[in-house]
Design a protein around this ligand. Structure first.
Ligand code: FNR
Length: 360
């Protein structure tokens, strides 16, 4: 059996394989409530054999949305809409995760296919943004620096979102600390220039993330896997390096997180990063080595063979794929066939005739 299709147990949860769907914003929600688009979109990956499907960034407060069309998890209507989708994912034999998010200074922006770019003004349905410091992302409106009271309110919002996520039936919680959104903004010295206990040293900059790991762990209990998505580097002078993030990953693991999901960049527009097949795997490997905890790799991983090789090399414990699942929602079934797995145990019985026909 391949490593990719070997089960992985984390706390009380066993993933049937290690090929997982990465979080991907659909910019298709109304008032943060997911709908039929999200339902079909996410459930199709379960029919396609993915071991875990992580939802798009779900905002913990309205002002934490990247755009007015982002999904949310700050009220019960949103929770119940997610619950319907989770039922379908479970019925198809996969597990469901939610990515809890706050967009910080990158909130209130036009969504990619809106035909517009930059910040949405308040008069057009946007809102004022908040961040660790009042430093704007290039081209966006300036955020207000959060007060200590606003930070405390944000912690409470993550706690409430974690409770609603568990009540909705999610199996996994992921904290979004990557791509230049609020938790990453606190971590990076380029966006966090606070002089109180939330800024300055790496320890202070990591304080909010570590507090959230503890609070969410307390809220969800000992059995539920808790992941953290990191940007391993800011890829910009003076920004976070993989060594910094590896230390923070170790701290999150000591505080109760189970797995680091390793992406890169997104903090500043002037980042310089070379993109190609498996371009973030080396970062995952280093974070795995330093943190001693489970790690997932993501970024242009598009075949079963490539994914298997990453696991066999000991660079990661699981694989997230995004765009390959958009190109082929049954990517996991395809990867299983490529690796010679027994289709009878992996393909849905409703689809098995297609496999037999293909192999005839
Ligand atoms: C993304 N990505 C992303 N990442 C994240 O942490 N939260 C999110 O909500 C989104 N949204 C999103 C939407 C869409 C349409 C795409 C294509 C990507 C990044 C994604 O999870 C993944 O890390 C990257 O796409 C790189 O992996 P692939 O696509 O090369 O497998």
């Amino acid at each position: 059996m391949s490593l990719l299709f070997s089960p992985l147990s984390v706390r009380d949860v066993t993933f049937k394989n290690r090929l997982w769907v990465a979080p991907m914003c659909q910019y298709s929600a109304e008032d943060g409530v997911v709908n039929d688009w999200h339902h079909v979109h996410l459930a199709q990956f379960a029919s396609g054999g993915a071991g875990l499907i992580v939802s798009e960034a779900a905002a913990v407060v309205p002002e934490g949305r990247i755009s007015p069309r982002d999904a949310g998890i700050w009220n019960d209507e949103q929770r119940d809409a997610w619950a319907n989708i989770i039922t379908s994912i479970h019925a198809r034999g996969s597990l469901a995760g939610i990515q809890l998010a706050h967009a910080g200074r990158k909130a209130s922006t036009w969504w990619p296919f809106s035909g517009r770019s930059g910040s949405v003004s308040v008069s057009e349905g946007g809102w004022d943004t908040a961040a660790p410091s009042d430093i704007a992302y290039e081209g966006f409106t300036s955020p207000k620096a959060m007060t200590s009271a606003e930070i405390a309110t944000t912690v409470d919002a993550f706690r409430a979102a974690a409770r609603r996520s568990v009540d909705a039936g999610f199996d996994v919680i992921e904290l979004h600390a990557a791509h230049g959104y609020l938790l990453h903004e606190f971590l990076s010295p380029l966006s966090n220039q606070r002089t109180d206990e939330w800024g300055g040293s790496l320890e202070n900059r990591a304080r909010l993330l570590l507090e959230l790991v503890r609070v969410v762990r307390d809220e969800v209990g000992a059995g539920a896997p808790l992941f953290v998505r990191f940007s391993a580097t800011d890829a910009a002078p003076g920004g976070l390096t993989t060594e910094d993030v590896a230390i923070v990953a170790r701290w999150t693991s000591e505080a109760g997180a189970d797995l680091s999901d390793v992406s890169t960049a997104g903090l500043v527009a002037h980042q310089a990063i070379a993109i190609g097949p498996g371009y973030q795997v080396a970062h995952a490997a280093r974070i795995r080595e330093v943190s001693g905890a489970l790690t997932a790799a993501v970024g242009i991983i598009t075949s079963g063979g490539q994914a298997e090789q990453i696991l066999q090399s000991g660079d990661a414990d699981a694989i997230f794929a995004g765009r390959e699942f958009l190109r082929d929602p049954h990517f996991a079934l395809r990867a299983a066939s490529e690796l010679g797995e027994d289709p009878e145990s992996i393909w849905p019985p409703q689809y098995i005739r297609a496999y037999r026909a293909a192999s005839m």
